[in-house]
Write a protein that binds this ligand. Structure first.
Ligand SMILES: Nc1ncnc2c1ncn2[C@@H]1O[C@H](COP(=O)(O)OP(=O)(O)OP(=O)(O)O)[C@@H](O)[C@H]1O
Ligand SMILES: [Mg+2]
Length: 464
């Protein structure tokens, strides 16, 4: 190439999918000095590719090419071609074919196309709203952010006790905001890219940029970015992963339309550096569900089952009986109650004829009894202590020194009131406990109530 004087009539064009594997000498000025990255097609590009490949293909009326273009994030031309080759041109066939073609853009990194909707997440209204604001708004209203000269949070940490729906929420927000979703499980990343996990991290961020708008979701992030000094075993692997993640987050200025989400149930195990402004700066607590939330979660799992629920089941009663159950427990409980109904039915029908069984199956019902039995098998994951402990962790993450002092003081007054016993205080204790351990906090009120309860305790002691 060096021998080619001036460009003349000869142009050398080369193509690769591994630009980094090319000898850098080739990429110098005077050789291949113009590089054109052919990225992943966007919606418009995909639509055109679909149109090219479906030209002259007989298609049934329910095929909407625009819709396919909208829902095939991360597919490149070859993938679309493959989909169409597999296509027998009804909508069902397309959907089926799509499942078998993995988008090239994300082949090496773990990819899921989530289909979770907000409706499938029970309760957690405030959390949903916060996620919408942090993920969906920047995509939808980027002009408003610009006008107000502000920027959306770069990274968001979801934390809270196990089984409360953190992973579920991440999938829902990706789906609802029509983002590509790159799911990275902490422990898996470490084992999949043994010895070169930081390369994996780089790759993930690169793919996310290419596939934007996208969400990178680090699940169980405590495994990836543990507090410094607590690394176990192959320590330097983790250390380089930590610094790679921090570097990528810091360099996210160009990361337009890429949101980093992370989840953990051990926020106390995370390296503080990760939580600083400009990194995972928005902290969202996903609490154990209270009564109202449990009601909504039951509703998610029983909504479509009204016809098979016996009249003796009272949702309110179920909610009362499931203190300490998290979303995952409630899902398991409902499944177990259904299993109970099934067992009963199958045992009863063993000796019956096929015809009788077919008739009887129309009347299978889930009864209160089934739920009661199920509660014996599926236990609450959290007790009062565990809930309080996770609330305390949330205080550390969410509130300032003064607010925390108020809360700690209230907690200690509560402890003392409990130890002192005495029926008279029960209402005041309950009220203060709710105020202290509930999600939305009124600090003035908490202070007032703590003082009142403390004064009461004091008086009692004097009487003795
Ligand atoms: N609020 C909820 N509404 C409906 N279903 C829920 C809810 N929370 C949890 N579930 C059910 O429980 C399952 C497990 O929840 P998920 O994996 O999101 O928990 P997690 O908070 O990520 O837990 P961990 O900290 O252990 O990873 C979900 O797939 C879903 O079926
Ligand atoms: Mg999870």
């Amino acid at each position: 190439m060096d021998g080619l004087k001036g460009r003349g009539q000869v142009i050398v064009i080369a193509a690769t999918n591994l630009p980094d594997a090319i000898d850098p000498a080739l990429r110098r000025g005077g050789r291949f000095d113009r590089e054109i990255e052919i990225g992943i097609p966007d919606k418009k590009g995909r639509l055109e590719i679909f149109q090219v490949h479906t030209r002259g293909v007989p298609m049934s009326d329910d095929v909407k090419v625009e819709e396919f273009a909208n829902t095939t994030h991360g597919f490149v031309g070859a993938d679309i071609n493959e989909v169409l080759d597999a296509l027998m041109v009804t909508k069902d066939d397309f959907d089926e074919a799509r499942k078998h073609v993995e988008p090239s853009a994300m082949r090496e990194v773990l990819v899921e196309v989530p289909d979770v909707t907000w409706k499938q997440v029970g309760g957690l209204e405030e959390v949903k709203q916060e996620l919408r604001e942090a993920v969906e708004w920047p995509l939808k209203y980027s002009d408003v952010f610009e006008k107000l000269q502000t920027r959306p949070p770069k990274g968001i940490l979801l934390f809270g006790p196990p089984g409360t729906g953190k992973t579920l929420l991440a999938k829902a927000v990706a789906n609802e905001s029509e983002c590509n979703f790159i799911a990275v499980k902490g422990p898996e990343l470490l084992s999949k890219w043994v010895g070169e996990s930081e390369k994996g991290v780089r790759e993930i961020f690169r793919k996310a940029r290419q596939a934007s708008p996208s969400i990178i979701f680090f699940d169980e992030v405590d495994a990836l970015v543990p507090k410094r000094g607590t690394y176990m075993g192959s320590s330097h692997v983790t250390e380089s992963v930590v610094s790679q993640i921090l570097t990528e987050l810091d360099g996210m200025e160009e990361l337009k339309n890429v949101t980093v989400l992370a989840a953990t149930n051990r926020p106390d195990m995370l390296d503080d550096a990760l939580l600083r402004p400009g990194r995972l700066e928005r902290h969202i607590y996903v609490p154990a569900p209270d009564e109202e939330s449990r009601k909504k979660i039951f509703d998610v799992y029983l909504r479509d089952a009204q016809a098979i629920l016996a009249k003796d089941i009272s949702p309110d009663e179920l909610v009362k009986q499931t203190e300490g159950y998290v979303g995952a427990d409630i899902e398991a409980l409902v499944r177990e109650a259904k299993m109970g109904a099934m067992r009963e039915f199958i045992v009863a029908m063993e000796q019956k004829s096929e015809q009788e069984r077919n008739d009887a199956v129309k009347n299978v019902m889930i009864t209160k009894e089934h739920f009661t039995t199920a509660m014996g098998k599926v236990n609450a994951s959290l007790d009062q202590d565990a809930i309080e402990k996770s609330e305390r962790q949330a205080w550390v993450m969410l509130y300032n020194q003064e607010q925390r002092t108020t809360l700690e003081h209230a907690a200690s007054v509560l402890k003392r009131a409990e130890l002192a016993g005495g029926r008279a205080d029960a209402a005041a204790i309950d009220e203060l406990r709710n105020q202290t351990f509930l999600r939305r906090k009124d600090f003035t009120e908490i202070r007032k109530q703590s003082e009142a309860l403390e004064a009461q305790l004091e008086k009692k002691r004097e009487k003795k």
